[in-house]
Design a protein around this ligand. Structure first.
Ligand SMILES: C[S@@+](CC[C@H](N)C(=O)[O-])C[C@H]1O[C@@H](n2cnc3c(N)ncnc32)[C@H](O)[C@@H]1O
Length: 237
């Protein structure tokens, strides 16, 4: 956990260049849209691994109130700067410091792969949600890209590549069935898991646009080539 925290502290000042502008922002908007479709945007939201607050900023265009939690003090500092009216705390997803039945919805984007005890975290999310509340997450799924990531990132770390997310962090990737079981075993109902996004943020511009056009086809017919999984579930009311 310390290694992930140190990494995001070190890249916090450049994080928004990846997802907050240009094609990165277009890609991020695509993920966000899918998350917002799953969440109830009324009431209080918790964003786990909120980073610099990009998702909360988009959520607040529809939703009312949000709190963010993140391991990295550096990322949280940027989130506070972006959204001074919202509450942000430094803390881990693996020990959520909230009372039961606190939130109307919980979201987590691009963070779940770092979680070392996913069953415990999802059980904790269920605990802090109000009855009837929804949980939605978006994370890299098990696919062609993620099958090579551990080796690439290991090499990247040895070569001291300073890029967002590059490092040997023991990340975990899930397929649709594994994700569904995780949510159902924690007590969530109305569980929905689907592949999302083929146009990867790192693709050069013309290829990105072609990939973006192909996304609906890939997500439906060739899901193993879509990078992310979006999953959601409801705490029974
Ligand atoms: C790729 S960034 C995603 C940030 C943000 N969710 C977004 O969509 O831009 C991953 C974030 O997860 C955070 N993170 C990783 N492990 C965590 C944990 N166990 N608890 C809380 N945050 C964590 C990192 O500090 C980092 O800010």
């Amino acid at each position: 956990m310390k290694k992930v925290q140190a990494h995001y502290d070190a890249v916090a000042h450049i994080y928004d260049r990846r997802y907050g502008v240009g094609k990165g922002s277009q890609y991020y908007a695509h993920l966000t849209r899918q998350m917002l479709e799953c969440l109830d945007t009324k009431g209080l939201l918790l964003d786990i691994g909120c980073g610099t607050g990009l998702f909360i900023e988009r959520y607040l265009t529809q939703g009312s109130e949000a709190i963010g939690i993140d391991l990295s003090r550096g990322m949280i500092a940027h989130a506070r700067e972006r959204l001074p009216e919202s509450d942000f705390l430094v803390g881990t997803a693996e020990a959520l410091p909230f009372r039961e039945n606190t939130f109307d919805s919980v979201a987590s984007l691009l963070t779940f792969s770092y979680i070392q005890h996913p069953e415990a975290m999802i059980a904790d999310v269920h605990r802090i949600l109000r009855p009837g509340g929804t949980f939605a997450l978006c994370t890299l799924g098990k696919n062609l890209l993620t099958s090579v990531i551990p080796a690439l990132y290991w090499i990247g770390e040895k070569m001291e590549v300073r890029k967002i997310g590059v490092g040997d962090f023991d990340e975990r990737y899930y397929d649709e069935d594994e994700m569904e079981v995780l949510l159902e075993n924690a007590g969530f109902t109305e569980v929905c898991v689907r592949r999302c996004s083929f146009a990867h943020v790192s693709l050069a511009s013309p290829i990105f646009h072609i990939a973006r056009k192909m996304e609906p086809f890939v997500e439906e017919k060739l899901p193993y080539f879509a990078y992310n999984l979006c999953a959601s579930g409801k705490k029974p009311g």
